[in-house]
Ligand binder design. Sequence first.
Ligand code: IPD
Ligand code: CA
Ligand code: CA
Ligand code: CA
Length: 263
Amino acid sequence: MTFDSLLHRLTVACAVAREAGMLQKRRFLNREAMIYKFKGPQDYLTATDGEVEKLIRERLLEAFPNDTVLGEEEGGKVSDATWVVDPIDGTSNFARGIAHFCVSIAFVDKGEAAIGVIYQPMLDELFAAAKGHGATLNGEPIHVSKTAKLEQSLLEVGRAARQPQAGYLAMLDKVMATGAGIRGAGSGALAVANVAAGRVDGCYETHMYSWDCLAGLVMVKEAGGRINDFLAGDGLTKGNLIFAAAPGIAEELASVVSVSLSN
Ligand code: IPD
Ligand code: CA
Ligand code: CA
Ligand code: CA
């Protein structure tokens, strides 16, 4: 795909993410974020998840009728031009009245993650990145942190409740032994975006889906960070473990959690 076509998609994705995020915000402030279904371990659904995904699909397919959309709630097909959509990342926060959730939209161009857009409506923060074009927060360039010591780092670390617990505590023990500070704020997409913005130094989770983290991974790479090869194997459709970190701590942290870096 030409660079101009990518940039056109980036512009449309930013507008769609803003519109979708404003819908999230209205529902959240009106206390309409009720859980009506438990999809799986610690995986909740509100009426707004489906409503927002429908809006995003309509807007993207209106603008790019030949592209396909793969979304958390409605599924979809992978093609040479695939949008990967999480209508609400952080639904558990959203439904519990915690204002830490977002819209996440990535674009995959012939198997390569090329665009990432994440919008946090409660803070009016729009993170955006396109391959070769850098990463921005509300239009200003962002960069990963310069942190060079794990003992001075702050990490978001997590385990998806759908994954086996075996081995997780031992891994956590090793991370804690480095002296790193640990958070788990309930939105994988914002965790990765915050690595790109230099607010946290690294992020590791045993499993995320592509709609949770792919947009953020494009940002981290463009913001100068290191990531794992998330799309390896069936990563796009089945998910994978996810790793992103500032370059000063990436190799050491990757070795502590036994992850291979891709860049
Ligand atoms: C979840 C969040 C959470 C992560 C889970 C995801 P959802 O997404 O990103 O932080 O730990 O693995 O499933 O269900 O809120 O869209
Ligand atoms: Ca979910
Ligand atoms: Ca998600
Ligand atoms: Ca979701």
